[in-house]
Design a protein around this ligand. Structure first.
Ligand code: ASP
Length: 305
């Protein structure tokens, strides 16, 4: 069996132990497990890191426990506007989409943008049109819209905010394959009640998503505006490439700086040798890791590892 590593996340937040309902805890763990196994099956068969991160993120997009694809949060105008990105560390080819509304799996659309190669980031109606032309599965708006996310929007609009312990996060995956190539993918509905065409870090190459075989692949979750200002995912790669830090230490140093800047969240990262893991500054982060020949490891709270 060849050596590979897959790391995934389902968002960070204040899911402290005992505050998250048992059903949510178990449901999220099952979703993370399914995502790891989907990516692992490809990697075990000699597949690429790029295919593995896309497959893992698709599973999480289809799972209503997470804020991506089905189950995404609502914008202020009551729409699910989805952002996603994917990057190949071997070639540094990348594709991303923002505010798409009709594609079942936005990460697959990001992959199409990457493969098409003319552009890196498409947005809104244009990106939806590209998706139809590319022949990707289209779904009606009701597919994404869940009553619980609507309730959260209504609560925010009423001025109360909602319990951040109930936050459901962005999803992402990073992988190192047997050939030593890395890849990263991220997908999200963004922030509940986002307005004015707000775009977070997830679809911005270098901010929420980045992959470079010379360093590492990273996917971020958290306060998007701060991750953009920190150019977080690229900053981690730069520290690995230009200093003696390994990916996990570089990630921890960037997450610490994000905290100083007032940001909360976390990252997953993996280097081409399979050194991988996470760093976060919130009470919890839905996360999992699997290596060739090992069982999946899944965690939510900061006291698990
Ligand atoms: N980073 C995402 C955004 O700002 C949100 C999240 O990860 O929860 O859109």
């Amino acid at each position: 069996m060849s050596n590979w590593t897959l790391v995934i996340h389902g968002g960070s937040g204040s899911m402290a132990r005992g505050r998250l309902p048992e059903a949510e805890d178990q449901g999220a763990r099952a979703g993370l497990d399914a995502a790891l196994r989907a990516g692992a099956a490809l990697l075990d068969a000699g597949g690429s890191a790029l295919d593995a991160v896309e497959a893992a993120v698709k599973v999480l997009e289809d799972d209503a426990h997470f804020n991506a694809g089905r189950g995404a949060v609502f914008s202020w105008d009551g729409v699910n506007e989805l952002d996603a990105a994917i990057m190949d560390g071997a070639s540094r080819a990348a594709g991303a989409v923002s505010a798409v509304t009709t594609t079942r799996n936005p990460v697959a659309l990001a992959r199409k943008v990457m493969e098409d190669g003319r552009h890196v980031l498409l947005s809104g109606a244009g990106a939806d049109g590209f998706s139809r032309e590319a022949g990707l599965e289209q779904v009606p708006p009701e597919y994404f819209a869940l009553p619980e996310r609507r309730r959260q929007l209504d609560e925010i609009k009423a001025g109360g905010g909602f319990d951040s312990a109930m936050k459901y996060g962005t999803v992402g995956a990073v992988a190192a394959d047997a050939r030593g190539h890395v890849a990263a993918a991220t997908s999200t509905g963004g922030l509940t009640a986002k307005r004015w065409g707000r775009i977070g870090d997830s679809p911005l190459i270098g901010a929420g998503t980045y992959a470079d075989d010379r360093a590492c692949a990273t996917s971020c979750t958290g306060s998007g505006e701060v991750f953009i200002r920190a150019v977080a995912a690229h900053e981690i790669a730069a520290r690995v490439r230009l200093s003696q830090l390994g990916p996990i230490d570089a990630a921890a140093s960037v997450v610490a700086e994000i905290g100083v800047m007032g940001g909360k969240g976390g990252v997953i990262t993996v280097g081409p040798d399979g050194t991988g893991g996470w760093a976060f500054n919130t009470p919890g982060m839905y996360r999992g890791i699997m290596r060739s020949g090992e069982a999946p490891r899944i965690a939510i709270y900061d006291d698990e590892d």
